[in-house]
Structure formats: structure tokens, C-alpha cells
Design a protein around this ligand. Structure first.
Ligand code: PLP
Length: 382
């Protein structure tokens, strides 16, 4: 791995997660632009207090899976809250969204069925699909002509499921859900979306991509995470029709054979959802910040992939340039990470910047200034 130049080293943070960090071995006052802490709830005082209260009242953990003796009232309350947030019938908790994605396809689909998956879907969707015995179709990224052709071919199967990320984390682009739902209706298919990079902040009330694109009643199944915008601790879930959730409780292997979510983690997510459901100001605070960064960087001469999403990939092309620039950004107190092959295609290296609602305008401007200096120094800008 080292020989291929793709070894990943981890920087060590010595403070809480947030827009301003301290790194181990020095480095205080670092501006953080690479967490999925979209709403800044990871270290929100009310979220932390809710975790402490849940820890004291319900203990450190359940030492059990859910169906043996691992279900507490807080697990049921959180599932009910998640379903209400997404306006779905029911929800089921997992230790992570990776688990939710690993469990759903095998439980739902048989060899008589078909799953149609966007080629750039998250690794956990790809792995979940690998585990199921359904017929597999991979359509070109967000290409509706290709999806339609594959749906036509899949008519011979009993049931069709179209699976897509709501927002794609490497490119910051948003799936064309309106068109996907139209095609699904035309060819009698179900729609599944992974909302890890949408829940909490996309759409007028932060419900996600389906709310943003006006198709909340057309998407059948949502998987998402509690480990990003919703407090950032850990955990994932599926929400959708009650019979599907009932089926998952009986058949989904990561649910049946893995420990229950720890109470403190449940407390964090539950409080994050309360904050979001109380008013939509938090969810709405994202858009202006995202717009500020995207427009200032574009004006400076950079190419930012995607549109209207707080994931803002600064496209550089060359892997070495991305790595060297990210390192030099840290020398200027800005924590960003370069992504190169195999995480993104060869020749499409980038620095992925993630905007959070708790970045100030000054934070964003400092980041743009540092990019401009570093970009000029390394020849990414004229
Ligand atoms: N799906 C997508 C699109 C993700 O980005 C991630 C996390 O990186 C996951 C699933 C997995 O989520 P979790 O961290 O809850 O396992």
C-alpha cells in the first residue's frame, strides 16, 4: 500500500470535534473543514448533556442484542422520533449506517428480484448489494437514460429496487430523485436512498434530499446515519413502511447479531432530532455558508465540483498536488484532506472541503484566502 502511495495516515485531534480544533503535539486554533459535523451538533452543550443523562439513567450499554434483552424505552422512543422526522411509518436502529446498508438488501431481495445501483454509490451500499442474491444492475452515475434501459431489462424480475445515495460524498452532487421516482413509477420499482450526507440539512426542514426535491411520498426506503449531522456520535437506521421494518427486525443480520446502541449515543441523536424538529433555523443555516464558500472559491479561479451542497470538492487533478496543498493548508492552520485514487478516479484528485453551519463567515474567508495563497504557490492558480 505504501508502495502505491495510497497509505492513509491519521492526524490526532486533542480536543472536541468542532470548527476549531487542537491537534495532538501542538497545533491549537486549527480551522477544521473536513468533518461531517454539518450542523455543529457534535459538541453542542444540549447534545452532550442528553448523553450524560442517558448514560446515568440507562447505563453504559446493554451487553445484548436488541431481541434478547437489549431494547430500552429510549431505543423505541428514538425509532419513533426518526420515523416522525422523516414522515415514515416506522424505523429500526443499527450500530451504524454501514450496518443498515449491509442488512437491507439481503433481507428484502430474493434471487427472483433485481437491484439497480448508481455506479458511484457508497461502499456500504456496494457491500450490502454484494451480500444479496438478487440480480444486479449498475447504472452510470446519475444517468437517467442508462437507468431506464436497465429498468426495461429488469422487467423480467419479480421486484425492482433502485438504490442511490441522496447526495454523493465524493462529488457533492445530488441525485436527480424526481426523475428517478418518475422512472420507478413507470417501471414499477421501489426507490431506496442513502441520506447520510443529507439528513438534517437538505430541504427546507432538513428532512433530506426527498424533501429538497419534493418526493417525500415517492421514496420508499431511507437509510441514514446518526454519525454525521445528527450529533455525530454513531449509529444508523432504516425508515420506511412498517412491514419492511418488521421484516428487518426478523431477518437483518447486522441487527440480529450485533449489540444494541449504547444509551449515551441514543441520547445524543435523540436530542439532535429534538433540536431540528423544534425549528428549522439550524437546517436552513447551511445554505448561505455553502454558497459563500462556493462562490468565493469559484471567483478565485478554482473549480468546485457539485452544486448547492456543503461538500465542496476543490478539483485539482494531480494526486501529489492535492496532498502537498492539503499539507500546506495545515501549515496555515486550515485542516483539509486530499483525496486521490482509489478513493476517487485516477486523474481526479481533489481536496474535499466540508462546510459546517457553525463556521463563521470569517472562518470561510480565511479558508478561501489560504487556498488562494497555496494554490498560487503550487501552480494550481495562475
Ligand atoms: N453511507 C454513506 C453515503 C456514507 O458516507 C457513510 C459514512 O461515511 C455511510 C453510509 C456509513 O455510515 P456510518 O458511519 O453510520 O456507518
Amino acid at each position: 500500500i505504501r508502495g502505491a502511495g495510497t497509505w492513509k495516515s491519521e492526524r490526532v485531534i486533542a480536543s472536541r470535534q468542532g470548527p476549531h480544533l487542537r491537534l495532538a503535539g501542538g497545533g491549537a486554533g486549527i480551522l477544521n473543514f473536513c468533518a461531517n459535523n454539518y450542523l455543529g451538533l457534535s459538541s453542542h452543550p444540549e447534545v452532550i448533556r442528553a448523553a450524560v443523562e442517558a448514560l446515568e439513567k440507562f447505563g453504559a450499554g446493554l451487553s445484548s442484542v436488541r431481541f434478547i434483552c437489549g431494547t430500552q424505552s429510549i431505543h423505541k422512543d428514538l425509532e419513533e422520533k426518526i420515523a416522525r422526522f422523516h414522515q415514515r411509518e416506522d424505523a429500526i436502529l443499527y450500530a451504524s449506517c454501514f450496518d443498515a446498508n449491509a442488512g437491507i438488501f439481503e433481507a428484502l431481495l430474493t434471487p427472483e428480484d433485481a437491484v439497480l445501483s448508481d455506479e458511484l454509490n457508497h461502499a456500504s451500499i456496494i457491500d450490502g448489494i454484494r451480500l444479496c442474491k438478487a440480480n444486479k444492475y449498475r447504472y452510470k452515475h446519475m444517468d437517467m437514460q442508462d437507468l431506464e434501459a436497465k429498468l426495461q431489462d429488469a422487467q423480467k424480475h419479480r421486484l425492482r429496487l433502485v438504490a442511490t445515495d441522496g447526495a454523493f460524498s465524493m462529488d457533492g452532487d445530488i441525485a436527480p430523485l424526481r426523475e428517478i421516482c418518475q422512472l420507478a413509477q413507470k417501471y414499477d420499482a421501489l426507490v431506496f436512498i442513502d441520506e447520510c450526507h443529507a439528513t438534517g440539512f437538505l430541504g427546507p426542514n432538513g428532512r433530506g434530499t426527498d424533501e429538497l426535491l419534493g418526493v417525500m411520498d415517492k421514496v420508499t426506503i431511507i437509510n441514514s446515519t446518526l454519525g454525521k449531522a445528527l450529533g455525530g456520535a454513531a449509529g444508523g437506521y432504516t425508515t420506511g413502511p412498517k412491514p419492511l421494518i418488521d421484516l428487518l427486525r426478523q431477518r437483518s443480520r447486522p441487527y440480529l447479531f450485533s449489540n444494541s446502541l449504547p444509551p449515551a449515543v441514543v441520547g445524543c441523536a435523540s436530542k439532535a432530532l429534538d433540536l431540528l424538529m423544534e425549528n428549522n433555523a439550524i437546517a436552513q443555516s447551511m445554505a448561505a455558508k455553502t454558497q459563500r464558500f462556493r462562490s468565493k472559491m469559484t471567483a478565485a479561479g478554482f473549480t468546485i465540483s457539485g452544486k448547492d451542497h456543503p461538500i465542496c470538492p476543490v478539483m485539482l487533478g494531480d494526486a501529489r498536488l492535492a496532498a502537498v496543498m492539503a499539507e500546506d493548508m495545515l501549515n496555515r492552520g486550515i485542516y483539509v484532506i486530499g483525496f486521490s485514487y482509489p478513493v476517487v478516479p485516477k486523474g481526479k484528485a481533489r481536496i474535499r472541503v466540508q462546510i459546517s453551519a457553525v463556521h463563521s463567515d470569517e472562518d470561510i474567508d480565511r479558508c478561501v484566502e489560504a487556498f488562494t495563497e497555496v494554490g498560487r504557490k503550487h501552480g494550481a492558480l495562475p
